[in-house]
Structure formats: structure tokens, C-alpha cells
Design a protein around this ligand. Structure first.
Ligand SMILES: N[C@@H](CCC(=O)N[C@@H](CS)C(=O)NCC(=O)O)C(=O)O
Length: 207
């Protein structure tokens, strides 16, 4: 059975899609939207009772939660993108949980209220507050990246996909990027990778 990813690229499905493009593993992309109740049908809820994308299906295994999908793919397909030892695995786990718990909500607020929503619906106070909340966690990653080019060390791995896919939402904040130059440079290097650019193109076409 073909490996399937459900979820349009302009969503958190970009995370497993980016990793699969990095890995060069064949997969089927079901470009399922989250709009208009599409994730509330009985068929979709049978796949993910939370009613969210992405969902990964692989040989009878169903994985939801975007970060779980990327960690699953790295574990299954291995190679240089997977943690190579327990220390790298610890880096993958701690920074992935960190991104989701310490950064994701505020990064999304920056994206929505600085660039994504129509100008008349943006609330600058919400964006300012989110930038304020992100100042400390981003400084922590910036310091970590002062001594290594990638989060787990010398090479790009799954944890870079996980964390960059969250912090991409905060990239429109010039204030945060200027305050954290190592992080800004790392983020740009990650997001410029051809595999990520391919997913971004997919998102632009609505798939
Ligand atoms: N923590 C979940 C969040 C998933 C999520 O909220 N996905 C959004 C799209 S990015 C969604 O499906 N929203 C539709 C809805 O909640 O109805 C994950 O990382 O997979």
C-alpha cells in the first residue's frame, strides 16, 4: 500500500510533505482541505477523530499530529535525516516538543496578524504580544545555533524540518529576526532548500 499524506500543502501537512521530498520517498498526496467541513466527514473522522490535517497512512499504520508524522518518517526511512544516535534523538525530541509548546501558537499569531490576514483584520497588539512572548525562546535557539550549523549538530535533520516549519511563521517579524541573527540565517538556509521550495510551490497551486 502506498504511503499517503492527507492535507493540503498550505497547512501543517507541509511538514511531512517537506520531509518526504527531502527523503525522495514515493508517496501519494491527498490534497485534502480543512475548509468547509471537509475534515468533519465520517470518513475523515475515522482517520483522525480530531478532525485535523495532516494524517499519514502507511501500510495499515495511521499517524496524526504533524510532528509525529515527520518523526515516524525519519525513523522508518532513516538516512542522514534521521537521528543517528541517542544524543541526536534527544535533540530531535526536545526541540520538536519545544517548538510546539513554546513557539507554535505565538508564531502563528505573528504570521496571521503581520501578513496573512487581510490588513483590516490584523491586530497589531496581538502580533506585538506574540513577538514579546517569542523573544526568550528564540534567543535560546539563537544561542544554540551559535556553535553548530544545524539543531542536532553538523547536518540537516528531521528536527530542522520540525522547528523551521514552526518558526517560518515568525519569519515576517523583522524585530525577531534582527535580534536573532544565527537563527535567522539557519531559518533561511532551511526554507531555501529545494524540498521546501517544492512544497511551497504546491501550496501556491492550492494542492
Ligand atoms: N497539532 C496538530 C494540529 C493540526 C491542525 O490544527 N491542523 C489544521 C490545519 S494546519 C486543521 O486541520 N484545521 C482544521 C480544523 O481544525 O477544523 C498537528 O500538528 O497536526
Amino acid at each position: 500500500m502506498t504511503l499517503k499524506i492527507h492535507g493540503i500543502a498550505a497547512s501543517r501537512a507541509a511538514r511531512p510533505l517537506w520531509l518526504l521530498e527531502e527523503l525522495g520517498v514515493p508517496y501519494e498526496h491527498v490534497s485534502q482541505s480543512y475548509l468547509g467541513g471537509a475534515t468533519r466527514t465520517p470518513e475523515f473522522l475515522a482517520l483522525n477523530p480530531n478532525g485535523h490535517i495532516p494524517v499519514l497512512e502507511d501500510d495499515g499504520i495511521v499517524v496524526w499530529e504533524s510532528m509525529a508524522t515527520t518523526l515516524y518518517l525519519a525513523r522508518k526511512f532513516g538516512g542522514p535525516l534521521a537521528p543517528g544516535n541517542l544524543a541526536e534523538e534527544a535533540e530531535a525530541l526536545r526541540w520538536t516538543f519545544w517548538a510546539v509548546t513554546e513557539c507554535e501558537k505565538d508564531a502563528l499569531s505573528v504570521l496571521m496578524h503581520r501578513v496573512a490576514m487581510p490588513a483590516d483584520r490584523r491586530d497589531h497588539a496581538v502580533a506585538d504580544q506574540a513577538e514579546g512572548n517569542l523573544a526568550r525562546p528564540l534567543a535560546i535557539l539563537d544561542a544554540h545555533l551559535a556553535t553548530r550549523p544545524y539543531i542536532a549538530g553538523e547536518r540537516f535533520t528531521v528536527v530542522d524540518v520540525n522547528v523551521a516549519s514552526v518558526l517560518a511563521w515568525a519569519q515576517p517579524s523583522r524585530k525577531l529576526m534582527e535580534a536573532n541573527p544565527k537563527l535567522a540565517d539557519w531559518l533561511k538556509r532551511c526554507l531555501d532548500r529545494p524540498a521546501h521550495q517544492k512544497v511551497r510551490q504546491l501550496a501556491k497551486t492550492g494542492r
